[in-house]
Ligand binder design. Structure first.
Ligand code: IPM
Ligand code: MG
Length: 362
C-alpha cells in the first residue's frame, strides 16, 4: 500500500469547514484505492497570526516541505478589518509566499459550466445553454507579480511607483509545454493570451509560444490579444479549450471565466511544480461573512482534492470517481445556498459532503 503525505492548510474563513468535507471524501478513497493518506494540519493566513505573528510561519513551511502535496483551504479576513496587522496582506503573504517557496509555476484553473447549473450563469441563455469547459493555464511565479525592480521613489508630484513585467525564454517554454501537454488530454486546442501589439514582453511571449506550438502539430494553436479574449469569453466561450496566460492576464481572465460558470464555490485549482508536488485550492475566497455557519459550498474543496489525486498522486480513476459523484449529486438536485434554485433541495456544508460520499461509495 502506498502512503501519501498531505499538508492540510485549512486557513481561515470557511476554509476549516469545507476542508473537513474534503478530508471525509479522501478518507473514503483510501480503502477503495489501496492508499493511505497521512494528514499533517498546519496553520496559515489569519489562523496562523495569533500564534505566530506571521501568515506563513516556518513551522507550516516545514510541514509542507515534508509532504507530497498541499491541500489548501482559503485565507482572507473581513473587509472592514483589512488594515489591521492580522489581516493586512494576508493573501499575498500566504499565497505568493507558498508559490515562490515551492516553485509552483503552473496554475491550472478549470472553469466548467455544469448543465445542471446553467441557470446560475450571468450569460444569456442561448450562450450558456451550449455549455463550456475551459482550462486556464496560468504562469504563477513570474511576470509582473515578481519582476524586479518593484517599488516607489520620490515624493510629491514626482513620486512614482513601478513594477516590472519580465519573462525569460525558459519560463515561457515550460508553461507553454504544460498548456500543450494538457490540451492533448482534452480537446487539442491552445489559445495563447498576450498583448503583443503593445508590450515587448508579450511580443517575446508570442514568439516563444509559437516555437513550442511547432512541437505539437496535432494541437490547434491560436494567439489572441487579452482584450479580445475578455470579450470572446462572454460572447462565445465554447471556442476555448486551454487558455494559456502569463501571471497577470491569467489572474484576470480566470476570474472572468469563473464568474461565467455562475458558481465560485464549484471551482478547484492546482498549482504545480516540476515533478509531482503541487498545491490544491478552491477558487472562491474565504467568505468570512458566512464562515462558521455550516452553509458554505464544499464542492470546490472536494474537487481540489480530486485534482491532487490526479496530478500529484497519479490516481486518475479515483479523481474521476469523485468528479462523477459531485455531478451525480448536482443532478439529484442537492444544492448549497450559492447554487440553489427554486424547487431544488437546499443542503448545508456537511450534508453536501455526505451526499457526495454516499454517491462515491455506491
Ligand atoms: C488569485 C488571487 C491572488 C493572485 C492574490 C490574492 C494574491 O487573486 O489566486 O488569483 O492575484 O494571484
Ligand atoms: Mg485572482
Amino acid at each position: 500500500m502506498s502512503v501519501k503525505k498531505i499538508a492540510v492548510l485549512a486557513g481561515d474563513g470557511i476554509g476549516p469547514e469545507v476542508m473537513q468535507e474534503a478530508v471525509k471524501v479522501l478518507d473514503a478513497v483510501q480503502s477503495k484505492y489501496n492508499v493511505k493518506f497521512e494528514y499533517k494540519h498546519a496553520l496559515v493566513g489569519g489562523a496562523a497570526w495569533d500564534d505566530f505573528h506571521s501568515h506563513l510561519p516556518e513551522e507550516t513551511l516545514n510541514i509542507c516541505r515534508e509532504s507530497d502535496a498541499i491541500l489548501f483551504g482559503s485565507v482572507g479576513g473581513p473587509v472592514r478589518e483589512q488594515d489591521t496587522d492580522k489581516w493586512c496582506g494576508v493573501e499575498v503573504n500566504s499565497l505568493l509566499g507558498l508559490r515562490k517557496e515551492f516553485g509552483l509555476y503552473a496554475n491550472l484553473r478549470p472553469a466548467k459550466l455544469y448543465p445542471a447549473l446553467a441557470f446560475a450563469s450571468p450569460l444569456r441563455s442561448d450562450i450558456s445553454s451550449k455549455g463550456f469547459d475551459i482550462l486556464v493555464v496560468r504562469e504563477l511565479t513570474g511576470g509582473i507579480y515578481f519582476g524586479r525592480p518593484k517599488g516607489r521613489s520620490g515624493a510629491g508630484e514626482t513620486e512614482t511607483a513601478f513594477d516590472t513585467m519580465i519573462y525569460s525564454r525558459a519560463e515561457i517554454r515550460r508553461i507553454a509545454r504544460v498548456a500543450f501537454d494538457t490540451a492533448r488530454k482534452r480537446r487539442n486546442k491552445v489559445t495563447s493570451i498576450d498583448k503583443a501589439n503593445v508590450l515587448t514582453t508579450m511580443v517575446f511571449w508570442r514568439q516563444v509560444v509559437e516555437e513550442i506550438a511547432g512541437e505539437y502539430p496535432d494541437v490547434e494553436y491560436e494567439p489572441m490579444y487579452v482584450d479580445n479574449a475578455a470579450m470572446q469569453l462572454t460572447k462565445n466561450p465554447q471556442q476555448f479549450d486551454v487558455m494559456l496566460c502569463g501571471n497577470m492576464f491569467g489572474d484576470i481572465l480566470s476570474d472572468e471565466a469563473a464568474a461565467l460558470t455562475g458558481s465560485l464555490g464549484m471551482l478547484p485549482s492546482a498549482s504545480l511544480a516540476d515533478g509531482s508536488f503541487g498545491m490544491y485550492e478552491p477558487g472562491g475566497g474565504s467568505a468570512p461573512d458566512i464562515a462558521g455557519k455550516g452553509i458554505a459550498n464544499p464542492i470546490a474543496q472536494i474537487l481540489s482534492a480530486a485534482m491532487m489525486l490526479r496530478y500529484s498522486f497519479n490516481m486518475a480513476a479515483a479523481a474521476e470517481s469523485i468528479e462523477n459523484a459531485v455531478e451525480d449529486v448536482l443532478n439529484d438536485d442537492y444544492r448549497t445556498g450559492d447554487i440553489w434554485q427554486h424547487g431544488s433541495k437546499r443542503v448545508g456544508t456537511a450534508e453536501m459532503g455526505d451526499r457526495i460520499l454516499k454517491r462515491l461509495e455506491s
